[in-house]
Write a protein that binds this ligand. Structure first.
Ligand code: HEM
Length: 137
């Protein structure tokens, strides 16, 4: 597969992942304004139509990213390992979000903490994009 085709597919998968995660994180903020039993029903549906596909597309993002790193030798660069470190944290956010939708009646957090999780996610994605476009070191 041509390198640029891998990169374009990587970018498309990233867009889908970021959109899915943003909707899911907004849902966790909105749940505080929805009757708890109703939220449990909504969360169960979103788990199949949003959370699971977002998880699968994240695996595709990783596979394509590692593939490019091996093809072009990016693993020799500090920016790549910094990117991986940030993406470990992104994986943690994805894990927390998945659990909140898998066990909606046990999900913890306040409106403020859920807004902070959303902003943290957006910040991590922005830092990741900066690193790969600027490749500062
Ligand atoms: C949500 C997570 C991710 C985001 C937002 C992201 C962002 C990007 C973007 C925007 C590009 C295209 C850069 C360009 O067009 O020049 C890119 C390329 C790349 N990404 Fe990712 N990426 C993510 C996950 C990963 C993962 C998990 C890996 C590796 C394990 C990875 C490794 C790479 C590599 C090696 C390139 C090619 C760099 C180049 O050829 O210039 N990415 N990434």
């Amino acid at each position: 597969m041509d390198y640029s085709l891998i990169k374009y597919t990587h970018r498309i998968a990233i867009e889908i992942f970021s959109a899915g995660m943003t909707i899911a994180l907004l849902g966790l903020i909105a749940r505080h304004y929805i009757e708890p039993q109703r939220w449990v029903g909504i969360a169960k549906k979103l788990r199949y139509f949003l959370i699971l596909p977002t998880g699968i597309i994240f695996i595709v993002v990783w596979i394509l990213g590692i593939w490019m790193a091996v093809l072009a030798g990016w693993y020799e660069f500090i920016w790549f390992w910094l990117k991986i470190a940030i993406l470990m944290a992104v994986s943690g956010v994805h894990g927390r979000v998945s659990k909140s939708y898998r066990l909606p009646d046990q999900a913890s957090g306040s409106v403020l903490s859920d807004v902070v999780w959303l902003l943290a996610f957006v910040g991590m994605i922005a830092a990741t994009v900066f690193l790969v476009l600027a490749k500062p070191f």
